[in-house]
Design a protein around this ligand. Structure first.
Ligand code: RTP
Ligand code: MG
Length: 141
């Protein structure tokens, strides 16, 4: 096991449902520490850049519209195996397929409005954390 960092976003649907604290509790319960955080209403440009890897996918337009529909809560999480651990806490992309007790099973409404984002690998985690946070905004704990 390695100490890792991952980028997490609480998406507009979950912010609107006022469950930021409940989702943070899941992170803390799994031993993940918040080492940077900011609330932000993403611009179209920021959302398109963040999800650039999906630019050619049929759902890209809807994904960007959703991500700019309201403020999001963005955090860098640190812990042993943080990337996989956060993905486990999140559950499957489609909440209908997400395991009971996961964030998406409990808080997401649809595959489009699915409550949270989490980096999927070490290389994407590094790029995504740097996309939103400068090195001085990361607070090792
Ligand atoms: P995320 O990047 O947001 O953490 O989600 P993920 O890894 O579980 O899923 P990904 O494949 O990276 O897709 C990014 C987001 O695009 C939307 N999506 N819609 N309609 C569809 O088939 C479809 N597939 C993906 C989801 O909102 C997903 O979170
Ligand atoms: Mg993804």
């Amino acid at each position: 096991m390695a100490l890792e960092r991952t980028l997490s976003i609480i998406k507009p649907d979950a912010v609107a449902k006022n469950v930021i604290g409940q989702i943070y509790s899941r992170f803390e319960g799994a031993g993940l520490k918040v080492v940077a955080a900011k609330m932000k209403h993403l611009s179209r440009r920021e959302a398109e850049g963040f999800y650039a890897v999906h630019r050619e996918r049929p759902f890209f337009g809807a994904l960007v519209e959703f991500m700019i529909s309201g403020p999001v809560m963005i955090q860098a999480l640190e812990g042993e195996n943080a990337i996989a651990k956060n993905r486990e806490l999140m559950g499957a992309t489609d909440p209908k397929k997400a395991e009971a007790g996961t964030i998406r099973a409990d808080f997401a409404d649809s595959i489009d409005a699915n409550a949270v984002h989490g980096s999927d690998a070490a290389d994407t985690a590094a790029v995504e954390i740097a996309y939103f946070f400068s090195s001085t905004e990361l607070c090792p704990r």
